[in-house]
Design a protein around this ligand. Sequence first.
Ligand code: C5P
Length: 235
Amino acid sequence: MIPAKERLVLPLDVPDLDGAAALVSRLHGEVGVFKVGLELFTAAGPAAVEVVHDVGAQCFLDLKLHDIPATMAGAVASAAELGVKYLTLHALAGRRALAAAREAADGGPTRLLAVTVLTSLDDEELGELGMAGTDDVVRRLARVSVDEGIDGLVCSARECEDLRRTLGADPLLVVPGIRPAGVDARDQRRTATPAAAIERGADLLVVGRPIREAADPVAAARAVVADIAAAAGGS
Ligand code: C5P
């Protein structure tokens, strides 16, 4: 069982290293995992990962890799070299690319997480791309990812129960779009409270603005960790 603090992922959705360092230094007492995404990594590179590791926290490198097998394998090897705990890739890269990524990660510290269908895409936009039925596409991509030994999936709270049923207990399910009760959903559409997401089978929760923009971010993070612990049975 993952300790509650290590189930909370705070996205460092800031454009530069100073902003990221300020967030990490303020919140590492409460938050076990910090997410470095495309904006920050493009601006600051591996230094952003170091800022996280310097305080003893885990790094979730959200690069959503999508390329040919050899390039995926090389990128995974580089991420493993940096010591990141989690790395995201697109399931749409296909079976051989997923297998190459998994082989490159084998024996290293990095767990691979597949993105299925971006939650910003709706049925109409997916249809235009030749893929009918979002739920079915999500299920297929999830199946292929798990078959190829990918460790987990990024999904919405709405998809958690279905994926747990079809894939079993093993894959890590990582859920963004979390909103503690009473917090504004902002641009997120399919939100869930921390407790509801855990009850539906989520392992890690990605919570950004409800913590960053709270009057007291430390207290807000502590409250989310307490909700996770209570919903998970006190872990
Ligand atoms: O601020 P908020 O809690 O909405 O942040 C959610 C984080 O999760 C952001 O970094 C966003 O890019 C990411 N994310 C998401 N929905 C997905 C995948 C990632 O909100 N489907």
